[in-house]
Ligand binder design. Structure first.
Ligand code: GLU
Ligand code: ZN
Length: 489
């Protein structure tokens, strides 16, 4: 299937969300697997809802994720332009040709008339839907409506037949003719609708496979009819794409994940320090499986293995905890130097280090990073984990529960200093041994109490990377200075 051409064609409204990216990812993997072409098309024909901001964010999001496209905005291609707002002439021309060839017709029905017809159909127990009034109208009736000054919409004339296709995910599907009435493709004001522009561009861009969400399933029969009409009037190469409908993604409480749910917001993952590879890895699992229970893989490995027949039709469940756990796996798998490069922007953002970091800060990070890499689940935790290294202990906010002013803590700090000052070597195991002897054995304290006070004095926090390693990285002088600063006596 080397001629595979798939498209990712979002509308730029609101913020990019994970459902959208899942669709992009599956199309991308399908294209890469088959050595095909991944087309990125922007469906921005709805001026009232689309925004330039959303468009920018979309591009930004795809770039961040590393989902590269072969044709589309910024890269061009043989079938451009790839923003539908720049293709309005094409749609007007195709709509006219569909009318001229009898595949579509003007419909003069008013909203009230349609409402009445709907009610009547309901009462009569028929499936409500456009009854085809204007399709079968006499020329006299038509002239009369024109004389009344009515502005028509354009409707597509659905052939009278049932609709069947072999879905790549769901197998054979059939929609009865009653469920697919004639539908509007151009508004009365001349604006073309999604129902027209989406299949027109699929045809013109030679799209061979459409992988998209299950929510669009009901529009598939009418699109299949449209591709046939387009072939008939010579728009495109006469290809009817194969369809594969990806399963719903469920959120909390077993309802569909909404783009308004906070965990849907794609750029939140970037801000919170998820790795793009990890997020894609997790999104891949929403409906697809690599087999052999393998749950950890790179986008490239996914593409290599991607087999559309392994996409499940059953709803997938979005689980932020699992997504975060996979991110942790990815963080641990990074080479130490790569890990440092990735945490630096977060430490800069959180004003922990300079921009760019000083040579000394880099050196500290190189030493400290391996200590925290195992324990972090997101890059955004960097400041929490490493901030103490760069902080001024005079600034340690002494929260009520972090006070070391009590007698026991003060006794601990004094004993700690006395045991550490004379040490010849300054490595974590020597530090640990000295503190154990002085505090646990010497003062008969529980480790939690003894080391807790030292930890607060040295790091300013109750929870920190391993204490003795932290002190090793801080160095003798700085560690002792911090212990001294915490002493009130
Ligand atoms: N612009 C449509 C959407 O975002 C594309 C649907 C499709 O893939 O056909 O819902
Ligand atoms: Zn009508």
């Amino acid at each position: 299937m080397s001629d595979v051409r798939v498209r990712f064609c979002p509308s730029p409204t609101g913020n990019p969300h994970v459902g959208m990216v899942r669709t992009a990812l599956f199309n991308w993997a399908f294209a890469r697997h088959h050595g095909g072409t991944f087309v990125f098309r922007i469906e921005d024909t709805d001026a009232a809802r689309d925004s330039e901001d959303s468009y920018r964010m979309l591009l930004d999001a795809l770039r961040w994720l590393g989902l590269d496209w072969d044709e589309g905005p910024e890269v061009g291609g043989a079938y451009g332009p790839y923003r539908q707002s720049e293709r309005m002439d094409i749609y007007a021309d195709v709509a006219q040709r569909l009318v001229d060839s009898g595949h579509a017709y003007p419909c003069y029905c008013t909203a009230e008339e349609l409402e009445v017809a709907r009610e009547e159909a309901k009462k009569a127990g028929r499936t409500p839907g456009y009854a085809g009034t204007c399709r079968h109208m006499s020329p006299q009736d038509r002239d009369q409506r024109i004389a009344e000054g009515r502005q028509p919409v354009i409707r597509f004339a659905m052939p009278d037949q049932d609709w069947t296709w072999d879905d790549l995910v769901r197998g054979e599907l059939t929609f009865g003719r009653d469920h697919v009435p004639d539908y509007v493709i151009v508004r009365a004001n001349g604006d073309p609708l999604y129902t027209l522009v989406n299949p027109v561009d699929d045809a013109l861009m030679r799209i061979t496979h459409v992988l998209r969400g299950e929510d669009l399933l009901s529009s598939t029969p009418r699109q299949i009819a449209m591709y046939a009409a387009l072939a008939d009037i010579g728009v495109g190469d006469g290809i009817t794409p194969r369809f594969g409908h990806l399963p719903y993604v469920m959120g909390e409480g077993n309802r569909k994940l909404s783009k308004r749910d906070p965990e849907s917001a794609l750029l939140m993952y970037r801000d919170e320090g998820y790795l793009p590879e990890a997020l894609l890895n997790y999104l891949a699992l929403l409906g697809w499986s690599m087999g052999e229970d393998r749950e950890f893989f790179s986008p490239r490995q996914m593409a290599e293995a991607f087999d559309i027949t392994r996409v499940s039709p059953n709803p997938a469940r979005f689980d932020l905890k699992k997504c975060t756990a996979i991110n942790g796996d990815w963080m641990r798998s990074l080479a130490a130097s790569d890990f440092v490069e990735r945490i630096i922007p977060f430490l800069v953002r959180d004003a922990v280090i300079a921009d760019p970091p000083t040579a000394r800060q880099r050196q500290v990070l190189n030493e400290a990073a391996p200590l925290v890499q195992e324990r972090m689940e997101t890059l955004a935790q960097s400041a929490d984990m490493l901030g103490f290294l760069f902080a001024d202990p005079a600034d340690f906010a002494i929260q009520p529960d972090q006070s070391v002013a009590d007698d026991v803590s003060q006794q601990v700090l004094t004993a700690a200093m006395e045991s550490l000052s004379p040490l010849e070597a300054w490595d974590s195991s020597t530090i640990e041994a000295a503190l154990r002897t002085a505090l646990i054995d010497g003062l008969s304290l529980k480790p939690k109490i003894a080391f807790g006070a030292v930890r607060i004095a040295v790091t300013g926090r109750r929870v920190s990377p391993p204490l003795f390693e932290s002190m090793q990285i801080l160095g003798r002088e700085e560690s002792l200075r911090r212990l001294q600063l915490a002493r009130t006596t």
